[in-house]
Design a protein around this ligand. Structure first.
Ligand code: HEM
Length: 460
C-alpha cells in the first residue's frame, strides 16, 4: 500500500536501463518532463529515485539529509577503492566521519588551502613559462591544465610531483571505469556479464597498478621518515595517525591508500574539467573574454602576475567561473546516495535502501530557475547572492549537506588564480573548430570531448 513516486514503464529484467543511453543526465531530464521532478526509475532490478528540481533536491539534501547520507555499495568503486575505504564511496557512519575529518583538517580546511599558496603560484608560473616559450605556435591547453592540477594535488598530498604520462593515464582509466555501467551491480543474476565483458578484469588491473604506485609513495615516505620536499604532506600525516592510533582510531595501510586515491580522483579531474569549460566558453564568447581581460589588467596594474590577495576584487572572474560550473557541471548526477531509513518525501513513501540520483545538471538549466538557461551569461551572477556552496539548490555543482564536496576551496583557489593570470598575460586564439565545440565525453564526469588547442600571444 505504499505511495511510490511515478515511474516510467520498464522492461523485464533490465528495467529502464536501455533508456539512459550515453548521456544519462540528458535522458533523465527528458524523462522528468513526463514523470515529474521526483520519479522512481529501475536500473535492472534496483529502484532508483531521481530528483530533478530545487524543491526535491532540497528535501533530500537538506530536510532529510541524514536519511540520504549513505552511498550504495557498487561493484567498480569497491574494486578500485579497497572495498570503499575511501571517503566518497564509503557508507555513512563512524568510519566515514573519521576519514572525512582527517582529510578536511590536514588538507582541505581554509587554513590548509591558504598554506599551499606558493605551490599554486609555482605551478601556475611553470605553466605560463611553457605557454610563453611556445612563441605563438599551437599548444594543447587542456593538457597543460591537467598537468597543473595533477601537480598541485601531488605536491600537497604526496610531497612531490609525479609527472609523466603513465600516472595521468592511470587516473584517466580510474575515471573511465567509474563511469562504466556494471551490470552486476543492478542485475545480480547477470553478475557474470561483468566478468565476461572484461570490466572486472580492467578494474582489477587498474587497482593493482594504482596500488603499486601508492605502495611506492608510502615506502618513500617511510624511508625518509616524514621529511618531504614540501615539508609535511598528507601521506606523512596519515602515517603519523597510523603510528599513534590517535583517539583509538586504527588507520590501516589500505585505508591510507584509499583516502589518497580518492583525493586524486575526486580532486584533480573535476578541478581541471571546470577550468577547461570556463576557458572554452570564454573563447566562444569574445565579449565575455574582453570584459574579463579588462578586469584583469585593471587589477594587475602592469605587475608580472595577479597575486591571490587581489582575486577577491575580481567579481567578473568569479561570475565567469560560476557560470561555467552552472552550464557544465563536472559531475552532472553528483555521486549516488542511498537512504538508510523509510522516509516520507513530499507525499511519497521512500523505503530504506533506495538509491538516489540528483540531476544537478537539469536543475542548473531549468528555465523556471534561470533566464535563458542555455546561454553563457556570467553577468547573471554579478548582482546575485546565488553561490555554489550547497545553500542554493538551483546551483549544486559541489552537492550539498553532509556528503557535499569538502574540496570547494581547494578547487576554487586553483581555478581563480590560473584563469585570472592566463587572460591577464595572454590572448588566446583558437586553432581549429574543435576547440570551440562543446561536445561532452561520457562517464561519471563530463569533460570537453575535444582538447582546447590555441595559440597564445602575450598581452602588452
Ligand atoms: C570543481 C571541482 C570539484 C567539483 C565540481 C566537485 C564535485 C563534487 C561532488 C558533486 C561531490 C558529491 C557531493 C554529494 O554527494 O552531495 C563531491 C564529493 C567529494 N569531493 Fe569534490 N569536487 C571538486 C573538487 C574537489 C577537490 C579539489 C577535492 C579534494 C582535493 C574533492 C574531494 C571530494 C571528496 C573527498 C568528496 C566525497 C565527500 C563525501 O562523500 O563525504 N573535490 N565533489
Amino acid at each position: 500500500h505504499k505511495n511510490l513516486p511515478p515511474s516510467p514503464p520498464k522492461l523485464p529484467l533490465i528495467g529502464n536501463l536501455h533508456q539512459l543511453g550515453s548521456s544519462p543526465h540528458r535522458a533523465l531530464q527528458a524523462m522528468a518532463q513526463t514523470y515529474g521532478p521526483l520519479m522512481l526509475i529501475h536500473l535492472g532490478t534496483v529502484p532508483i529515485l531521481v530528483a530533478s528540481s530545487v524543491n526535491t533536491a532540497k528535501e533530500i539534501m537538506k530536510t532529510h539529509d541524514i536519511t540520504f547520507a549513505s552511498r550504495p555499495h557498487l561493484n567498480i568503486p569497491s574494486r578500485l577503492f579497497y572495498t570503499c575505504k575511501d571517503i566518497a564511496f564509503s557508507q555513512y557512519g563512524e568510519y566515514w566521519r573519521q576519514v572525512k575529518s582527517i582529510a578536511i583538517l590536514h588538507l582541505l580546511s581554509n587554513k590548509r588551502v591558504q598554506s599551499y599558496q606558493q605551490v599554486r603560484v609555482d605551478e601556475m608560473e611553470r605553466m605560463m613559462n611553457v605557454i610563453e616559450t611556445s612563441n605563438g605556435s599551437v599548444i594543447n591547453l587542456s593538457e597543460l591544465l591537467i598537468t597543473l592540477t595533477n601537480n598541485v594535488v601531488c605536491r600537497v598530498a604526496l610531497g612531490r610531483t609525479y609527472e609523466g604520462m603513465k600516472f595521468k593515464r592511470l587516473l584517466e582509466r580510474v575515471m573511465e571505469l567509474l563511469g562504466c555501467f556494471s551490470v552486476g551491480s543492478y542485475i545480480p543474476s547477470l553478475r557474470w556479464v561483468d566478468r565476461v565483458s572484461g570490466l572486472e578484469r580492467k578494474a582489477d588491473e587498474v587497482a593493482k597498478e594504482f596500488d603499486e604506485f601508492l605502495e611506492g609513495v608510502i615506502d618513500e615516505h617511510e624511508s625518509k621518515n616524514g621529511v618531504s620536499v614540501e615539508g609535511r604532506d598528507l601521506v606523512d600525516v596519515l602515517l603519523e595517525i597510523q603510528r599513534d592510533h590517535a583517539k583509538g582510531f586504527r588507520l590501516e595501510r589500505d585505508m591510507i591508500k584509499a583516502i589518497v586515491m580518492d583525493l586524486f580522483t575526486a580532486g584533480t579531474d573535476t578541478t581541471f574539467t571546470s577550468l577547461e569549460w570556463a576557458i572554452c566558453e570564454l573563447i566562444r564568447h569574445p565579449s565575455a573574454m574582453k570584459e574579463l581581460q579588462q578586469e584583469a589588467s585593471k587589477i594587475g596594474k602592469g605587475r608580472s602576475m595577479i597575486p591571490e590577495e587581489d582575486l577577491d576584487k575580481m567579481h567578473y572572474l568569479k561570475a565567469v567561473l560560476k557560470e561555467a560550473l552552472r552550464l557544465h557541471i563536472p559531475l552532472p548526477l553528483l555521486v549516488p546516495r542511498e537512504s538508510t531509513d523509510d522516509v516520507k518525501l513530499l507525499s511519497y513513501d521512500i523505503p530504506s535502501g533506495t538509491q538516489v540520483l540528483i540531476n544537478a545538471w537539469k536543475i542548473a538549466r531549468d528555465p523556471s530557475n534561470w533566464e535563458e538557461p542555455g546561454e553563457f551569461r556570467p553577468e547573471r551572477f554579478l548582482n546575485s547572492t546565488i553561490d555554489y556552496k550547497g545553500l542554493h539548490f538551483e546551483l549544486l555543482p559541489f552537492g550539498a549537506g553532509r556528503r557535499g564536496c569538502p574540496g570547494i576551496q581547494f578547487a576554487v583557489n586553483v581555478n581563480e588564480l590560473v584563469l585570472a593570470n592566463l587572460v591577464y598575460k595572454f590572448t588566446l586564439t583558437p586553432a581549429g573548430k574543435e576547440t570551440l565545440d562543446v561536445s561532452e565525453t561520457n562517464g561519471i564526469s563530463v569533460h570537453k570531448k575535444y582538447p582546447i588547442l590555441v595559440s597564445a600571444t602575450p598581452c602588452c
